[in-house]
Design a binder for this molecule. Structure first.
Ligand SMILES: N[C@@H](CCC(=O)N[C@@H](CS)C(=O)NCC(=O)O)C(=O)O
Length: 230
């Protein structure tokens, strides 16, 4: 018997935001299921060994994982592949790789790149996500030095740019590639737009989003993407 499709996700996961944006754009009836961030592997064990979110369960009970293949799957299954079939496929593939390798790496530095911002982020996440009573507090207070100390500092140092500068450079490079059109995909968004939008939108629940808001071209595109959602 057919069932309502479900998306298992974390509300703060950039990869999950990529898929959510497309689901909203296509106006699909999908139930959003938040998982406990401390027990991801266990909570998505029903889908096999993958152990990560997002996991999409379709109306027949089939499981689909990994955000970019998942974007392609949703477009192919529920949208006749229209978003994959706009424009030059080689250009789309090149930029999908660019977005997935550059923008994905820019979210951690902006959210955790300084001790203060790391604390803001983990306390906000502890409110957004589903946690047990103790693990909520533990995550908010013990999580931030971990994210800042081990992960973000290394990334910021490796790149050499301040997290805000990194985002501004990426938004400039990305919007320049729109060739004067409103979206990467031209008159309307394509899959690359939804991937980039997901990474940027994953920063939106946090105060650090204000650091992206003064990139004029990037924000104009971001607002057009929001307007394209159902
Ligand atoms: N390449 C995957 C990455 C997914 C991913 O790393 N998700 C994180 C949450 S943001 C996760 O579930 N991590 C759990 C783990 O690695 O144990 C995608 O694009 O979907």
């Amino acid at each position: 018997m057919a069932q309502t499709p479900r998306l298992h996700l974390l509300y703060s996961c950039p990869f999950c935001w990529k898929v959510r944006g497309l689901i909203e754009h296509l106006d699909l009836d999908v139930e959003m299921v938040g998982v406990n961030g401390m027990k991801i592997r266990k909570e998505v064990a029903f889908a096999g060994d993958w152990g990560k979110v997002p996991v999409f369960t379709d109306e027949h009970g089939g499981h689909h994982v990994d955000s970019t293949p998942l974007l392609r799957h949703l477009d192919a299954t529920y949208n006749e592949g229209r978003l994959a079939n706009t424009g030059d496929p080689a250009r789309q593939n090149t930029w999908m790789d660019w977005v997935d390798s550059h923008m994905s790496k820019a979210t951690v530095p902006i959210l955790y790149g300084s001790l203060g911002s790391a604390l803001k982020t983990t306390t906000r996440i502890s409110k957004l996500e589903k946690f047990g009573f103790l693990s909520k507090r533990l995550y908010a207070w013990a999580g931030f030095p971990v994210m800042w100390g081990f992960i973000a500092r290394k990334r910021v140092k490796k790149d050499g740019r301040k997290p805000k500068q990194l985002w501004h450079d990426l938004l400039t490079e990305f919007t320049d590639a729109h060739d004067g059109q409103p979206f990467f995909g031209g008159e309307g968004p394509d899959l690359v737009d939804f991937a980039a939008f997901g990474y940027m939108r994953s920063v939106s629940p946090f105060p650090q989003f204000s650091q992206l808001e003064d990139h004029a071209a990037g924000m104009a595109w971001y607002r057009r993407m929001e307007a394209s959602l159902a």
